[in-house]
Each structure stands twice: as structure tokens, then as C-alpha cells.
Write a protein that binds this ligand. Structure first.
Ligand code: ADP
Ligand code: MG
Length: 311
């Protein structure tokens, strides 16, 4: 293409600018973005591009301006772009940055299956896990969480022990589980987080409907499972053996990564929670079998610090 300014002047002189339409096209041609595009691609464009592609340039400018003004556009979520196609101009529509971000978010969300979990886990990230002051244990817990993600993503087909976070109410155990799940999601891995006390209630309610096995299967086969708040409610022998026991047995056999969070250490969970049934009787053998699976699947990590729940 020759001198851009000259061909534009020739064109404008030749055309009848009385009509509104011609005026709009002339404005589009004079638009700084359009001019910059034509200048950058002069060598590739045909000489009569302005005559032939006036309406394309107008389409580009008008859609771009509508989008900027927040008006309804022809392809919502997409923005117009000028491209060269076979020596002429075409308008293509590409997802806006907001659309790309929303697409990415929804894809990540689909990789994190949350069952009765607080909504705050959606926002949890390693970056926001503050380890202020002298809280060496929190820093250690965070390091172990990050180490798991690094190890798992390097060798996803090998067995990796999960983590068993314990500590007081509100120290951020659930938050850290959520952060691990979100980090894994950005790397393409799926995980399932289950608030265990709620799940246990749901299972009990499912007994009459004959779909316990189906729900237990979905949980037990999750590529990565996080059992949140184990020990928070008293557990019936049935939930312990037919739900938790079945899930953990399968995961141990299949060597599937499994995480836990609890207010109790493993020892406390064993002594105070799993060994005593709802009638107050000791069931130490069954408790010991369950603890053996928990210990195989996870590594105990204490988290201490202040209660971070909004008061
Ligand atoms: P826990 O499961 O130990 O009882 P949570 O994970 O529910 O504690 O955390 C309690 C509250 O504190 C939540 O609202 C969570 O968003 C917030 N929180 C926890 N840990 C952190 C952290 N490291 N940085 C920022 N906020 C946190
Ligand atoms: Mg919690």
C-alpha cells in the first residue's frame, strides 16, 4: 500500500460525504486505533482496502465504543479486533480480559468439589495464608502444604501422604485445606473437600433411600480427598465403620492422597473419639484399625495461633 494519508484523502474526496453513513465510515477511518492498525499493516494490505472495507472499520469502531460505554454489544464478553485476512481487513471477536478471568475462575471452581464446606474456601490461597509474627508452626504448616503440592504435581501417579492438620477452632485449618485445593486446581488437579460432620448426617438420612453406597463411592474415589473437621461431632459406630472406615480402607488400598483437619491430635482422636461408641462402650480394636489407616494416609501437623474467625 502506498501513502496512507494520500489514499485516504483521495477516498474522502471521491465519496459523497453528505450521507450519514459515509460520514460514519469516514470517522471510522480516521479513528486513531484504525489508523494505527492500517499503518502497522500497510505492506500486507491491498490498495483499495479503505474503499472495500469501510463498513468493517465502522463495525470495529462502533462495537468497541459500545463496549467501552457499557452498552449491549453484539457478542457480550467479547471485544472486536482488527486482523488482516488475504490483504483485506476483517473484524474478529475475542474474549475480553474479564471474560478470560471468569472462564479461568469457573474452570478452577469445577476442579474443587466442596461438600457442605464454607464458601470462604473459594478465596483461600497460599498467598493469603498469613504467617505473621513468631508463629513458626503456621509457617511450617504452610511449607508442608506447599511441599505436598510440589511433590504431587511432579509425580501425580505415585503415592503421597496427605496432611492431618490439628489445632484449636479458628486457627485456619479449613482455610489451608482450601488453599491446597485451589493451588492444585490451578495445576489441573481435582480435589474433593467434605465437611465430615455434615456428610455423616447426610449419610444417616440416606439410609432409607438406599443411596449410601453411591455417595460413599463418590467420596472414596476422589483423586484427592480432604476430610474436614473429623471428630467435631460424636460419630456413631455405623458412620465410623461403614462410612469413614470404607472410605479410608479404599484410599489406603488405592494409595490415594487424603487430608484431614481436626480439633484433636491423632492420639486424642483415637482415645477420646473413635474408641468410645455412642452408648459409652469402648471399641478399641475398631478405633485402632481406623487410626492405622489415618496414619498411613496422612502426616500429623499441628497449627496453633489466634482464632481468626471474625468475632
Ligand atoms: P479452622 O478450620 O481451624 O477452625 P478456619 O479455616 O475456618 O479455621 O479459619 C477461620 C477464619 O479465619 C476464616 O474466616 C478464614 O477465612 C480466616 N483465616 C484462617 N486462616 C487464615 C490465614 N492464614 N490468613 C487469613 N485468613 C485466615
Ligand atoms: Mg475448620
Amino acid at each position: 500500500m502506498q501513502d496512507l494519508g494520500k489514499s485516504m484523502r483521495d477516498l474522502l474526496n471521491r465519496q459523497n460525504l453528505n450521507s450519514d453513513y459515509q460520514r460514519l465510515i469516514a470517522n471510522a477511518i480516521n479513528d486513531p486505533d484504525v489508523q494505527a492498525f492500517i499503518k502497522a499493516h500497510q505492506d500486507e494490505l491491498a490498495e483499495d482496502v479503505l474503499e472495500r472495507n469501510g463498513s468493517k472499520l465502522y463495525e470495529y469502531v462502533s462495537q468497541r465504543d459500545k463496549l467501552r460505554a457499557g452498552h449491549q454489544v453484539f457478542a457480550p464478553g467479547y471485544e472486536p479486533k482488527l486482523v488482516v485476512s488475504d490483504h483485506y481487513v476483517e473484524v474478529t471477536y475475542e474474549p475480553t480480559e474479564d471474560t478470560l478471568l471468569a472462564q479461568k475462575r469457573s474452570m478452577l471452581k469445577k476442579r474443587v468439589h466442596a461438600v457442605s464446606m464454607p464458601k470462604m474456601i473459594e478465596q483461600a490461597s497460599f498467598g493469603d495464608y498469613n504467617v505473621d509474627g513468631e508463629e513458626e508452626q503456621r509457617a511450617k504448616a504452610l511449607r508442608q502444604a506447599m511441599q505436598f503440592v510440589a511433590d504431587y504435581s511432579q509425580r501425580p501417579h505415585e503415592f503421597h501422604q496427605g496432611l492431618y492438620f490439628y489445632g484449636n477452632f479458628g486457627v485456619g485449618k479449613t482455610f489451608l485445606l482450601g488453599a491446597i485445593a485451589n493451588e492444585l486446581a490451578t495445576l489441573g488437579y481435582q480435589s474433593t473437600l467434605v465437611h465430615f460432620p455434615s456428610f455423616a448426617v447426610e449419610m444417616k438420612n440416606s439410609i432409607g433411600k438406599n443411596n449410601v453406597a453411591e455417595k460413599v463411592d463418590a467420596i472414596k474415589q476422589a483423586p484427592i480427598l480432604m476430610i474436614d473437621d473429623i471428630g467435631a461431632d460424636s460419630m456413631s459406630s455405623w458412620v465410623r465403620d461403614e462410612v469413614l472406615g470404607v472410605v479410608l480402607e479404599y484410599r489406603m488400598q488405592e494409595e490415594l492422597p487424603t487430608f484431614f483437619s481436626s480439633n484433636f491430635s491423632m492420639q486424642q482422636l483415637s482415645d477420646q473419639h473413635l474408641s468410645i461408641n455412642q452408648r459409652g462402650e469402648k471399641e478399641e480394636v475398631k478405633a485402632a484399625r481406623l487410626m492405622q489407616r489415618i496414619r498411613f494416609l496422612s502426616h500429623e501437623v499441628v497449627i496453633q495461633g489466634p482464632n481468626r474467625r471474625p468475632q
